[in-house]
Ligand binder design. Structure first.
Ligand code: ZN
Length: 383
């Protein structure tokens, strides 16, 4: 399969990488974008750059980004340096896109898989909406910076990488049932990222590096492929519906923590199908039905699912693919073992730990409606 030319052409990780970042910036008029937590890294590693510091508690909203866009224009800034994690990257990516300038990613913690993403997740009028934006032109990751991050952030990043078990599985199910083309090179990048991360002692500094490398590489599979198909399956759809705050309140939990917990939920569900006849249930894109979960966003969700990606799928096709699906289910890791490992290093494993309702009705509603967040075939969407 022909892979796309990545927009993030320069990726450097390792001690002393900041020097490469400085020579990449060269004489361009650049500005470091940070928050009150990451300001110290901007001051220490990019002392000559002016800084745009987002105040404590600021979210990635269009209103907040407008302040940065104003400064880019008034100061003639040509290049932004995102010194931070998710929110800083979303704000920078969105602002750079709207101001027509480039940006560099400078991660301060291995917390999520969106450093090299082209999508900005913004909160507009209280709802999380993803916008097309631009990926960084380069990423520089300095171990002395990201290895000092709190373990909670690294464990969240680990959850985001573990989710690739499901993303890859769902992609292969879509191949078996609907003839989607799976790129084995990209699958290998993802499985290598998981294996490498799990081979390293979580107490060692190298663990932070393996998690960050895994996040960057799995993020790059999206650029190579041209959509998030390789790196986002049912596990991300669960975290996305929770992040849209349509069936729950906003929670403190980090994206990767949600993905880690949803990975266990989906693993258990998929494993339970091993000895069952998998029944195909066509999805209903009826707006009034979708409104029961998505409220005001129902029209947008119905549009997202049109044309219906399941239109050509039948029970016969699913039955014909069932032996392959069973083989894939057998290849998934044992959820009990994975959960025990996650618990042993302090990662979140239960829905209640995310601050979400622990009742079975909430989980059922999540599983019923999450597949609509993207126009994409997953085994969960077929059920
Ligand atoms: Zn993710």
């Amino acid at each position: 399969m022909a892979l796309k030319e990545p927009a993030t052409a320069v990726i450097r990780m390792g001690e002393g990488t900041t020097a490469d970042a400085l020579s990449f910036i060269g004489s361009r008029r650049a500005c470091a974008v940070c928050d009150t937590n990451t300001q110290k890294f901007a001051e220490e590693y990019f002392p000559a750059l002016p800084r745009f510091v987002f105040p404590d508690g600021w979210k990635a909203t269009d209103v907040n980004a407008a302040h940065l866009i104003d400064q880019i224009k008034s100061d003639g800034i040509e290049l932004l340096v995102a010194v931070g994690t998710g929110t800083i990257h979303d704000l920078t990516r969105y602002s750079a896109f709207h101001a027509g300038v480039d940006f560099i990613s400078y991660p301060t913690a291995p917390s999520m898989d969106g450093f090299v993403s082209s999508i900005a997740a913004m909160t507009i009028k209280g709802q999380k909406i993803t916008y097309p934006a631009k990926p960084p032109v380069a990423l520089f990751a300095e171990p002395a910076v990201y290895q000092t991050s709190p373990m909670r952030l690294t464990l969240a990043g680990m959850g985001d990488i573990l989710g690739k078990y499901i993303s890859v599985f769902d992609w292969k199910v879509a191949e078996a049932v609907a003839g989607e083309k799976v790129d084995e090179d990209l699958v290998k990048l993802e499985t290598d990222a998981i294996d490498k991360m799990l081979s390293i002692d979580p107490a060692s500094p190298d663990f932070h590096t393996a998690v960050l490398e895994g996040l960057v590489m799995t993020g790059m599979t999206i650029q190579y492929f041209g959509s998030s198909r390789p790196a986002s399956g049912a596990e991300h759809h669960l975290s996305h519906i929770w992040e849209m705050h349509v069936i729950n309140e906003d929670v403190e939990a980090l994206h990767g923590e949600k993905v880690g917990v949803s990975t266990l939920i989906i693993l258990r569900l998929y494993k339970s199908l091993l000895d069952k006849h998998i029944i195909f249930r066509p999805k209903d894109n009826n707006v009034e039905y979708l409104r029961t979960a998505y409220g005001d966003m129902a029209e947008g969700i119905a549009a997202e699912n049109t044309p219906n990606p399941m239109a050509n799928i039948t029970q016969e096709k699913l039955d014909a693919a069932a032996p392959r699906i069973r083989q894939l289910i057998r290849g998934l890791p044992d959820p009990d073992k994975l959960e025990a490992f996650m618990k042993s290093i302090g990662a979140k494993t239960e829905i209640a730990q995310l601050g979400l309702p622990a009742d079975p009705e909430f989980l059922a509603k999540t599983l019923e409606f999450a597949p609509y967040v993207r126009r994409r075939i997953t085994l969960l969407k077929l059920l």
